[in-house]
Design a protein around this ligand. Structure first.
Ligand SMILES: C[S@@+](CC[C@H](N)C(=O)[O-])C[C@H]1O[C@@H](n2cnc3c(N)ncnc32)[C@H](O)[C@@H]1O
Length: 460
């Protein structure tokens, strides 16, 4: 090990920053986050330090550095653009025993500042010993995605219960096991989802029973997005990795399903157009039954569960039955398809509003507010509209939309199978009859469709 990682308490301690530019500003910002008292020596200040000075967060002396400035400084950061001066500060600081960091020059520094993941009070630090700050940043980015934002709150909870847990478990192994279960189990999940009172209740219960509680079943209603697995949220992925069982719809793409914990039981809930595998009532009851068996149930849906996903009905039953649940939003098809087709849904020149509407035919009819859908300067997105496409286009024209209004079909948006067809509402049905797009397909109607010619970036 070339360097010893240590965490320094600099709260209320005097720290010296030499240099007034943006790099010095960033270092000063970091020291401030750790509670330091900062003195900046520099003839002039850039925007960041000027603004910190205005807020009276730093003391600034507008002059050149002098050796005496090191004084009682707990540490010094040299961030000037004068290589000779940086070397001098390094030499003088090392002689006086003051820890010194010269920005981007590990050979002149007695300490370096690592890349950090800040979930205060939890801090993870990454260093490559100055060999490659970019590599350190890349590793940091990976860790950022792995460490839930709620870890800080979890650490606070652990700190509050620390003494009581110690008293409850005199045996250190039992205590360690207890904490391991608590910090990975139901209590942690409650904290991450913002249910702090519930987390406390489970902790109290666990302490009373001398075993981790909160392991009772619960349901995670998760939006799996439109198809590209990279579009899943961090939370979705984490909960999918904890699942005992996953109940999934037809719309959930295989690569997304593959991200569920390998040993989790898989239950297909179907919902293919007009031949549902399980009825909605059966799905609702199944979720309750599985959770009552103490299982962590992932209910995985395409897109967002609350946008044409019947997510509301499913959690309605869970709420009635007192089953704990959380809802994880996903990227809805309109958003995913728009981005991957290069068709912005709103645009200052073309569309000031957007309407998401179902184009699902009921007995060959579409009971929609056509006057509203025919308004100008908006984008109308039809979900489940492929079968009803000819009727949709006809109705729009009947209600005053010009036949030359641009329109697009996006098949299997965001996936390698994505196909996009553009035309007008007068031609789109014909195009569909010829090209035979496969479900799921989304219909977008509005002037914004014109922008695709220029903005298309995703080539399949
Ligand atoms: C029952 S809705 C579910 C919508 C989903 N909850 C969401 O937020 O995207 C199914 C419809 O969404 C649209 N859809 C879903 N995923 C799609 C995709 N990847 N590409 C195009 N359309 C999609 C299709 O119009 C499909 O008929």
């Amino acid at each position: 090990m070339e360097l010893l990682p240590i965490f320094l308490d600099i709260r209320d301690k005097p720290c010296l920053v030499v240099g007034g530019g943006e790099v010095a500003g960033r270092k000063a910002g970091l020291l401030l986050r750790a509670g330091a008292r900062i003195r900046v020596i520099a003839p002039g200040l850039g925007p960041t330090l000027s603004s910190l000075k205005q807020q009276q967060a730093i003391n600034h002396e507008a002059r050149e550095y002098r050796k005496e400035d090191l004084g009682q400084a707990t540490l010094v950061v040299a961030a000037t653009d004068d290589a000779g001066l940086n070397r001098r500060i390094s030499r003088e600081a090392q002689r006086s025993g003051t820890p010194v960091n010269v920005v981007d020059q590990p050979e002149l520094s007695s300490f370096i500042m690592p890349s950090i993941i800040d979930r205060s009070p939890v801090i993870a630090a990454v260093s490559t010993g100055g060999a490659s700050p970019v590599l350190a940043r890349l590793i940091r980015a990976r860790l950022e995605s792995l460490i839930p934002a709620g870890y800080g709150r979890l650490a606070e909870l652990a700190s509050r219960y620390r003494e009581r847990v110690k008293q409850r478990f005199s045996d250190t192994t039992a205590r360690r096991r207890f904490w391991e279960d608590v910090l990975q189990g139901g209590v942690a999940e409650r904290v991450f989802s913002g249910h702090l009172e519930e987390a406390d209740r489970l902790m109290e219960q666990a302490l009373a029973e001398k075993r981790p509680s909160g392991e009772a079943g619960e349901v995670y209603l998760i939006g799996g997005g439109p198809g590209d697995p990279d579009l899943l949220t961090f939370r979705a992925l984490r909960l999918m990795q904890r699942a005992d069982v996953v109940v999934y719809d037809r719309l959930v793409a295989e690569p997304i399903l593959d991200l569920v914990r390998r040993d989790a039981e898989r239950i297909y809930a179907g919902k293919e157009n007009s031949h549902h595998t399980l009825s909605q009532g059966e799905i609702n009851r199944l979720l309750v039954k599985l959770a009552r068996q103490g299982k962590r149930v992932v209910r995985l849906k395409g897109g967002d569960p609350f946008i044409f996903g019947r997510g509301g009905e499913e959690i309605d039953t869970l709420a009635e039955q007192g089953i704990p649940f959380q809802v994880v939003p996903g990227i809805t098809a309109a958003s995913g398809c728009a981005s991957y087709a290069g068709i912005p849904i709103t645009h200052r020149d073309y569309a000031h509003a957007a309407v998401f509407v179902t184009g699902h035919l009921k007995d060959d009819h579409l009971d929609l507010n056509w006057e509203m859908l025919a308004q100008p300067n908006q984008t109308v997105v039809f979900y489940m509209g492929l079968h009803g496409l000819p009727l949709i286009c006809r109705k729009l024209v009947e209600h005053g939309v010009p036949p030359e209004m641009p329109a697009a079909l996006v098949q299997q948006g965001t996936t390698p199978q994505q196909r996009v067809f553009t035309g007008t509402i007068a031609t789109l049905a014909e195009i569909a009859a010829r090209e035979k797009p496969r479900p799921p397909t989304l219909i977008m109607v509005g002037e914004v469709v014109r922008l695709r010619d220029k903005l298309n970036w995703y080539h399949t």
